[in-house]
Design a protein around this ligand. Structure first.
Ligand code: CUA
Length: 314
């Protein structure tokens, strides 16, 4: 479900969301109630006890013991309720169920990579089965990022050099936004992903297909798919317009000027090198920001991308 543009809270996409919202709403409404009570009483007293022309004597009593007990005990009870609600949910969020399916999540400037059991991987789209606890093992290859899924009420920092863990269980098939919630540089606002929740059968079928380089469709068409699923489109357009990286339109076969002034022909080997070792040869006018896809793309996938680039003639 698309969570952008919701007026108040986004839809509840996980088993944890209703609990988090219950605590949030209780605190919110109690706060609103007391805000109105305190402000209206203050206003009332300001008017009632304002200085009149001939003020009478005020009471010499400066203390009301019963009143003080009441306004101490009642808020304490509320605080205790908030604490118990919050702590119970906090414990649930932090104890991963034993039968959880583990998926490795790697953050790097500026994309998400997901590694599944059985060797499948995906980029910027996390695919999970419904009604199954999912444990995400999070780490970063560069700076601090944050794994944030508003619909799941889930946010966990992703750190370099150590693992963090979070878990969730999605209630039904659908799509949810994944955002990076820790400023991580120029591409931070582009570091968006999706979580696609499938039925259990759908997930099994997806996993099988994702685990093998798809041999049944033509390379060029497969390349077009990879352009989307591996998120090349985040930085490279196919219509000739500029973006973070050079456009793919007409790129094959043309001569590129590198940042050190050399000129090279964009051929199969240059494209392959740019995918596996993007910082080796930077085209003039662009920043060396592309992450390496070493180990993230199979040979057939690279072949397919090259075939796809060749098809995007000017
Ligand atoms: Cu990654 Cu912000």
């Amino acid at each position: 479900m698309d969570t952008t543009g919701t007026l108040f809270l986004p839809p509840q996409g996980s088993t944890m969301a209703p609990e988090v919202d219950a605590a949030f709403n209780l605190i919110l409404y109690v706060a609103i109630f007391f805000f109105i009570l305190v402000v209206s009483l203050s206003a009332f007293f300001v008017i009632k006890y304002r200085r009149k022309e001939k003020p009478g004597l005020t009471s010499g009593k400066d203390r009301n013991f019963k009143l003080e007990i009441v306004w101490t005990v009642i808020p304490s009870i509320f605080l205790l309720i908030f604490f118990i609600m919050g702590f119970r949910t906090y414990l649930k969020m932090n104890i991963v169920p034993k039968d959880a399916l583990e998926i490795k999540v790697t953050a790097q400037r500026w994309m998400w990579t997901f590694d599944y059991p059985q060797g499948a991987n995906s980029i910027n789209e996390l695919v999970v089965p419904e009604n199954t606890p999912i444990k995400v093992l999070l780490s970063s290859t560069d700076v601090i990022h944050s794994f944030y899924v508003p619909d799941f009420r889930l946010k966990m920092d992703v750190l370099p050099n150590r693992y963090t863990i979070a878990w969730f269980e999605a209630k039904e098939p659908g799509e949810h936004n994944l955002e990076c919630a820790e400023y991580c540089g120029k591409g931070h606002s582009q570091m968006l992903g999706k979580i696609r929740v499938l039925s259990k059968e759908g997930y099994a079928a997806w996993l099988e297909k994702a685990g093998t380089a798809n041999a049944s469709i033509p390379l060029e068409q497969y390349g077009a798919e990879i352009y989307k699923t591996k998120a090349c489109y985040m930085c490279h357009t196919i219509d000739g317009s500029g973006s973070v990286g050079p456009t793919f339109k007409g790129i094959y076969g043309h001569e590129a000027t590198l940042s050190d002034g050399r000129k090279i022909a964009v051929d199969e080997n240059y494209i392959r090198e740019s995918i596996l070792d993007p910082r080796a040869k930077i085209v003039l006018g662009y920043q060396p920001v592309m992450p390496t896809y070493q180990g993230r793309l199979k040979d057939r996938e690279i072949d397919a991308l090259i075939a796809y680039l060749k098809s995007l003639k000017e």
